[in-house]
Ligand binder design. Structure first.
Ligand code: BTN
Length: 265
């Protein structure tokens, strides 16, 4: 698989020497964090065929069975302030739409902020984290992406069968995982190059891809629910919601559900 992925990379791809492949691993994000702490360079990539402890946001597990998905983490060392990276997850989401479009022939949508979706099905997710030096300066950014590539509906655990999908299911044909992985690596390289300079273009693209915009949404924080309408994405990638009482708020945290998706009815 590693050789196959490399064979699909362009000759100009600069980080081939920093690409690690594992048949099975706990979590590619946990592994790359350890590499980051021992000085691994900008552009280090870890891909696994299987994760035994893949995880997503809010400590949820990310189902990562063998041979059907791509589980990838990349280490970046951007030279900037952490406040300049507020839009990082959005930039990764756009890059992943690009990679899927190129390798599977259709462009997924983005459920704000970090889910790749098609219709009502989640195809993948993104988990980003920043690391700091003891002096509090930005040391690294870790980006983890999991994409379901070859699963058929019956392959997903029963509790997520109605809301999970794969690239093969949506494309209606077999999709080559190595091609998807290489496209992800290339798209992340391009994303990294334009992270600080191409923010406006990226956000414009994000707004086009984001299925949460112009939808009724519910913001769930603890056991409190607030209903509103998603009207914009701001320059940091926050979702701007108009709530029932007319107030406008840029939402950064909490859990947003879109009417009709993943059980918001
Ligand atoms: C989410 O849906 O909340 C994010 C899921 C992120 C999963 C990927 S798979 C590769 C990397 N390793 C992990 O443990 N998580 C990310």
């Amino acid at each position: 698989m590693k050789e196959q992925i490399i064979s699909y990379l362009t000759p100009a791809y600069p980080w081939k020497e920093h690409f690690h492949f594992f048949r099975s691993i706990g979590s590619t994000n946990d592994h790359i964090r350890a590499l980051a702490k021992s000085g691994a360079p900008h552009g280090t990539v870890v891909i696994a065929d299987h994760q035994t402890g893949g995880h997503g946001r809010r400590g949820r597990s990310f189902h990562s069975p063998e041979g059907v998905g791509i589980y990838l983490s990349i280490l970046l060392r951007p030279e900037c302030q952490p406040t300049e990276l507020m839009h990082l997850t959005c930039a990764v989401a756009v890059a992943m739409c690009q990679a899927v479009e190129q390798s599977a022939g259709f462009r997924p949508g983005i459920k704000w902020t970090n889910d790749l979706v098609s219709g009502k099905r989640k195809l993948g997710g993104i988990l980003t984290e920043l690391g700091f030096t003891p002096q509090g300066k930005l040391d690294y950014a870790i980006i983890g992406v999991g994409i379901n590539v070859r699963q058929q509906p019956g392959d997903f655990p029963e509790d997520i069968q109605d809301m999970a999908g794969s690239l093969s299911m949506i494309a209606g044909r077999e999709i080559d995982r190595a091609k998807v992985a290489a496209a992800m690596m290339e798209a992340l390289k391009d994303m990294s190059d334009s992270l600080l300079t191409g923010k406006e273009d990226m956000l414009a693209r994000y707004k086009t891809d984001c299925i949460t915009l112009d939808q009724d949404v519910v913001l769930v924080r603890g056991d409190k629910k607030r209903y509103g309408h998603a009207v914009d994405i701001d320059s940091d990638g926050a979702l701007v919601v108009r709530f029932g009482d007319g107030s406008l708020e840029a939402v950064n945290s909490g859990e947003i559900s879109v009417r009709g998706m993943y059980g918001y009815v």
